[in-house]
Ligand binder design. Structure first.
Ligand code: AMP
Ligand code: ZN
Length: 466
């Protein structure tokens, strides 16, 4: 069966082929860089990474654009409070986002673009909307007139036919139930940063940036647009209203949305404060691979309940995979090829591929691999696995890892030699003796970040690798 995805727009599973048959033109909404991203955000970005890798596995080229939202209400509020420029304030979190993404082995999109680098493009787009009669102005701000766009609601499948024209919102975050005209250009307020443009002094609204940057780099019709489910409405609905009003063409053929990661049955979100950042989990000694594995292992359209137990289980699964690979590489097997094993490998690969073709069913893809490992281990124990069977098994693991990317231990986890660890522990002991507990704690935390756990015992400090 062909590669297929659930399309939020049509509410159906549809076969996917890029419009030109070769290159997937894809846009994904990136982070708002007002703080460190949390693992909920990273779940959505990990889904996008698996999506990228699977599209390539299926022979397509990628042209993937991700935006960095570096101007919006919270950024402006925080930058003002810290007496920083927008760029000064956001650069810390943009850098942190790139570091976190690299740690989780998220491939860099072909283009990563900042909203603040595209203000003139946004102004031009808003002027086009104005010429076409989709906007109105009020107190220096420009709004989108939703009632003018016939297709409003087609993505979120909401009926907005009864909405009152002219009721406005100008904040970047709003309530799900809100279906009011949204702001395209916000008039300058007090001492907030602003841009001097033909639309007046002010700054862009959140939605226009994605319409503008996606169409600038990818053309009027994208193959795939993706994000978390919370973006379906109003953000993506508004993107469609803007883009289709500007171009007169369908904006995106496929809309893919990742379900939320939950903590204690609630959406993990900065506003609720129930968050874990990647940094926090690494500092507690979890590995980037275990976190990546967990985020990827639940199919993206299912909610993911985060607990430390499932994270630990992810680490155990990775151990099984690595042990199996080691056994393949170092085991002593009799010469020859066992056709039954060859056949078993082929079935496992077919099941792995069919699962990912099926709207990226990562759970089934993993199940196919683990059932295979169990069977092959049994065959090895019984002497039925032969030396000539290893190449096929290793190939299967390599294909698995081209998507899941968890077999290689992270550099920092393996980076320290035993001697280096002992030196750090001696430094920590010295710090404790001189009652510099802050330094001692810092050393312990740094070691933890590198996967080294210290245990205080009667005999002194013991350490182990996570
Ligand atoms: P933001 O930085 O808030 O703009 O969010 C960046 C991405 O993370 C968006 O695609 C959101 O839909 C997604 N996101 C936010 N919270 C969660 C969560 N708890 N689980 C999964 N994805 C999320
Ligand atoms: Zn967006």
């Amino acid at each position: 069966m062909a590669l297929r995805f659930y399309n939020t727009l049509t509410q159906k599973i549809e076969d996917f082929v890029p419009a030109d048959g070769k290159t997937v033109r894809m846009y994904t909404c990136g982070p708002t860089v007002y703080n460190y991203v949390h693992i909920g955000n990273l779940r959505t970005f990990t889904f996008q990474d698996v999506l990228r890798r699977w599209l390539r596995y299926r022979g397509y080229k990628l042209d993937h654009v991700m935006n960095i939202t570096d101007v919006e209400d919270k950024i402006i509020r925080n930058a003002l409070a810290q007496h920083k420029s927008i760029r000064e304030y956001t650069s810390t979190y943009e850098k942190a986002f790139l570091e976190d993404s690299a740690k989780l082995r998220l491939e860099r999109p072909e283009r990563l673009v900042r909203a603040t680098d595209h203000i003139p493009d946004m102004v031009k787009a808003i002027e086009t909307l104005r010429q076409k009669g989709y906007t109105y102005e009020s107190e220096g701000s420009t709004y989108y007139r939703i009632a003018k766009f016939g297709g409003y609601g087609k993505l979120s499948h909401n009926d907005f036919s009864g909405i009152r024209a002219g009721a406005r919102v100008d904040v970047d975050e709003y309530d799900k139930a809100d279906a009011r005209d949204f702001v395209l250009w916000k008039a300058r307020k007090d001492d907030e940063p602003f841009w001097e443009t033909p639309l007046g002094e002010g700054r862009p609204g959140w939605h226009i940036e994605c319409s503008v940057m996606s169409m600038k780099y990818l053309g009027e019709t994208l193959d795939i647009h993706a994000g978390g489910v919370d973006l379906i409405f109003p953000h993506h609905e508004n993107e469609i209203a803007q883009s289709e009003a500007i171009s007169g063409h369908q904006f995106a053929r496929f809309w893919l949305h990742a379900e939320h990661l939950l903590l204690d049955a609630q959406k993990m979100s900065k506003s609720l404060g129930n968050i874990y950042t990647l940094r926090e989990l690494l500092a507690e000694g979890y590995t980037p691979e275990a976190i990546r594995y967990l985020l990827a292992s639940v199919p993206y359209r299912k909610k993911l309940n985060f607990t430390m137990d499932v994270l630990k289980a992810a680490g155990t699964s990775i151990e099984r995979l690595r042990n199996f690979k080691l056994r393949l590489e170092t085991g002593k097997f009799s010469e020859g090829i066992n056709p039954a094993i060859e056949e078993r490998t082929a079935t496992a690969l077919a099941a792995f591929e069919a699962s990912l073709d099926d709207d990226l069913n990562t759970a089934e893809a993993l199940a196919a691999v683990f059932e295979y490992i169990r069977d092959v281990n049994t065959a090895m124990d019984g002497g039925e696995f032969l030396a000539g069977d290893t190449a096929g098994a290793l190939d299967l693991l390599a294909r698995f890892d081209s998507i899941f990317d968890v077999l290689r231990p992270s550099a920092e986890v393996t980076g320290l030699t035993d001697q280096q660890i002992e030196v750090r522990i001696a430094e920590r002991n010295a710090a404790r003796k001189s009652r510099d507990f802050a330094r001692a704690d810092r050393i312990r935390a740094e070691l933890l970040e590198q996967g080294i756990v210290l245990e205080d015992t009667k005999e002194g400090i013991r350490w182990k690798r996570k």
